[in-house]
Ligand binder design. Sequence first.
Ligand code: NCD
Length: 308
Amino acid sequence: MNAPNRHLLGIEGMAPPTILEILDLAESYALLNRSGKTRRDLLRGRTLINLFFEDSTRTRTSFELAGKRLGADVINMAVSQSSVSKGETLVDTATTLNAMNCDLLVVRHNRSGAPALLAQKVDAAVINAGDGTHEHPTQALLDALTIRRRKGRLEGLVVAICGDIAHSRVARSNILLLTTMNCRVRVVGPPTLIPTAIENFGAEVFHDMRAGLAGADIVMALRVQKERMSGGSVPSAREYFAFYGLDAAKLAYAKPDALVMHPGPMNRGVEIDSAVADDPTRSLIREQVEMGVAVRMAVLDLLARGGI
Ligand code: NCD
């Protein structure tokens, strides 16, 4: 067996038994969270620092909650990118944090590879909470847990990931995880938002929602990431919604029991219609948020005990 990984930087290279170990532990935390009994001693005396160079609601708060539920001291560092160049900021920050004896460092950054760079500079275990267009491993793990709880399995499911694949670290981590677990993954979107060579990741490409959603068990809508676009990829929100917005009519192309997901934040009326997002019989969006806390507790637990 390989030595456990001290950091969680991505899904890439993660083997099925490791994924299952995290999901099973997260499942037990999900049950514990629902029962209201949480273990407040596991991370007692440990320090978790949330270092977010980019905005976040769900991810930051759920890491904070996960750390606190396990008894850690949690610090949220508000980092502005201001005038300091990226390299200097990261190395300076790493030196400062190292001096504080932080145990767990949760990092979000708009540059791909920033958490990996920090991991080389600090003694803490580093968790990638989203880096540029690269990876967002805990999001893929919480999505997999949500799917498995509702469908009873991952293997053999048809998962259609729709929209802005090109700018999405969520899409990348999900494709890596779901193909590893033998799901059939499709990406659906306009050619301008589908990266070239995505087939090499094992995903099938569709440019039409009717064909892409046919027979799908899970339909995952992604946010149109305006902040990462250099212009011109999407004609207008209205036109985008007409072709790719997930509404009841397009969802009807999928299996009758297909379920809808979205990592948030949602652009309602752009990539998803409110009627679908808020339909409790079809939408897993709230459960995704709930599972986010459980998955992050599992990840913190494993890393604090030596690695994943
Ligand atoms: C995603 C992110 O930031 O990568 N959000 C999240 O973590 N829930 C997706 C997005 O920003 O669209």
